[in-house]
Design a protein around this ligand. Structure first.
Ligand code: NAD
Length: 490
């Protein structure tokens, strides 16, 4: 069988130079082989970086509004194909139909926002200390940008990098997650069809070790824009350090939903069930800890349990992305029990038959009680449908418990008291705070990213992302026709 998910280098679809491939299988039905992805390595990466390097001078000289128009056309194409792509996404990585449509919608929204940036990309001007002199800043592109992305938002996560990179005038080498080569291929097909010149966007499939590392450490790459786990982020940061390469790290979270004693418990329970089990818990801002005031602990627990029967693997909840992911989650559940947490619901593999002998990689929605801060259930990002209740004694204790992790990505707080809302906004160590909402729901015009180990301070989304994908250049222009003395010169 020939390679079906090809690299895209300098406008040509091509197999890996080694000829190697990796099977792409449906996680709900492992017997369903979707295709064979080119297994890229350093030779393919070198070709892609060379293509992006030679396309860069012409691309950066195309006026930004015209670069933006290409992104706008890509948004229209994505929208026209949203249903077909969503079906393919479900088959490739498991998220259910409406979740797949949301993924694509987040990409459409970002393409539109960045298309508009083509007509803004604002700089600053400021009055000079001297007469007949202007002072200003302009944004300049960086060069070749490496975009290394995770499986869980196979269209949105790449677009959140590729769109700002392109509108700022950079060229791109895109290395998608091994689990989602088909979605990467579809996205690149659309951007090429929208009118990108050859070499401006290049796609190299492959594993993190074989393709990701050579890309991150390539000397001609100016920026590595990475989304993925803290562990991989640390490795990428190390690879970029020797050359002071710019790096944007969007990493994992261990996000809490805090339920205070005055909260609307029904609404809080609705939000938590959504935040914990949407996309099978495979969202960086998913809730995996519920910090609940002891006065409403029993009531909230019962409301959560009452809602969990509606979360049905194989119907309303998809599989985990791979066998390895399923095994990791099942092991964490086992360890949670050994550490003394109380398993209230779920906890096992769910057998949902596919077309072959092996069922899909489904795990039951799982709820633990009596999770304490030292347990791994309270500290490790499991990236699965597992949530633990942690009992707090009042507001301060709840804040301390929510803040008591290495990561600081997102947090939700449920309360009806306006003073508590603002006190929580100040106290919580997180990049994003959601009030009376699930712990996710990013809107594209606002900055997205985390504090502490959830990243390195860079932001995606909004105009904040432009600071990642461009460099400021400061211009001083003297039109006085003489050498003026600066302020402090005699
Ligand atoms: P991952 O870290 O395993 O892989 C992400 C990407 O990095 C993949 O393309 C992979 O091939 C590549 N990679 C792996 N090892 C590499 C290496 N040594 N050098 C270079 N590249 C390498 O993550 P994943 O399992 O695909 O995604 C899940 C993780 O992503 C979770 O931790 C989740 O929280 C995080 N995530 C974060 C955000 C955010 O915006 N903060 C958004 C989505 C996902």
């Amino acid at each position: 069988m020939t390679t079906t998910h090809l690299h895209y280098i300098d406008g040509q679809w091509q197999p890996a130079q080694s000829g190697a491939t990796t099977p792409n299988r449906n996680p709900a039905d492992p017997a369903d082989l979707i295709g064979l992805a080119a297994a890229g390595d350093s030779a393919d990466v070198a070709m892609a970086v060379a293509a992006a390097t030679s396309a860069y001078p012409a691309w950066r000289n195309i006026p930004a509004p015209r670069r933006g128009e290409i992104l706008f056309r890509a948004a229209q194409l994505l929208q026209a194909r949203q249903d077909t792509l969503a079906e393919e996404m479900t088959r490739e990585m498991g998220k259910v139909a409406h979740e797949a449509r949301i993924d694509i919608q987040k990409a459409i929204d970002m393409l539109r926002l960045m298309a508009g940036e083509g007509r803004r990309l604002h700089g600053q001007t400021t009055p000079s200390e001297l007469p007949d002199k202007h002072c200003m800043t302009v944004r300049t592109p960086l060069g070749v940008v490496a975009c290394i992305t995770p499986f869980n938002f196979p269209v949105a996560a790449p677009v959140w990098k590729i769109a700002p990179a392109l509108v700022c005038g950079n060229t791109v080498v895109f290395k998608p997650a091994e689990d989602t080569p088909l979605m990467a291929q579809r996205l690149v097909e659309i951007l090429a069809e929208a009118g990108l010149p050859n070499g401006v966007l290049n796609l190299v499939h492959g594993s993190g070790l074989a393709a990701g590392e050579p890309l991150a450490s390539h000397p001609d790459v100016a920026l590595v824009a990475f989304t993925g786990s803290c562990q991989t982020g640390r490795r990428i940061n190390t690879l970029c350090a020797p050359t002071f390469k710019r790096v944007s790290l969007q990493l994992g979270g261990k996000n809490a939903s805090i339920v205070l004693a005055d909260a609307d418990l029904d609404r809080a329970a609705d939000c938590i069930v959504k935040a914990a089990f949407a996309q099978t818990g495979q969202i960086c801002t998913a809730t995996s800890r519920v910090v609940v005031d002891k006065r409403v602990h029993a009531a909230l627990r019962d409301k959560l349990l009452a809602r969990m029967a509606a979360v049905q693997p194989g119907r309303t909840m998809g599989p985990l992305v791979s066998k390895a992911a399923m095994q990791r989650v099942l092991q964490a559940i086992e360890q949670g029990q050994q550490e003394g947490a109380t398993l209230l619901y779920g906890g096992r593999r769910e057998t949902v038959a596919g077309t072959g002998k092996e069922p899909g990689w489904f795990v039951q929605p799982t709820l633990f009680d009596h999770v304490t801060p030292a347990m791994r259930l309270a500290q490790d990002e499991l990236f699965g449908p597992v949530v633990g209740l942690m009992v707090a004694d009042g507001f301060q204790d709840a804040m301390a418990m929510a803040n008591g992790t290495a990561q600081g990505l997102s947090v939700a707080v449920h309360t009806r008291c306006i003073n508590t809302v603002f006190a929580a906004l100040e106290a919580l160590e997180a990049g994003m705070v959601y009030v009376n909402l699930p712990s996710f729901g990013a809107e594209v015009p606002l900055p997205f990213g985390g504090t502490k180990a959830s990243g390195n301070g860079q932001r995606e989304g909004g105009t904040a992302c432009l600071d990642t994908f461009s460099a400021w250049k400061t211009g001083y222009v003297d039109f006085s026709d003489r050498l003026q003395r600066a302020q402090l010169e005699a």
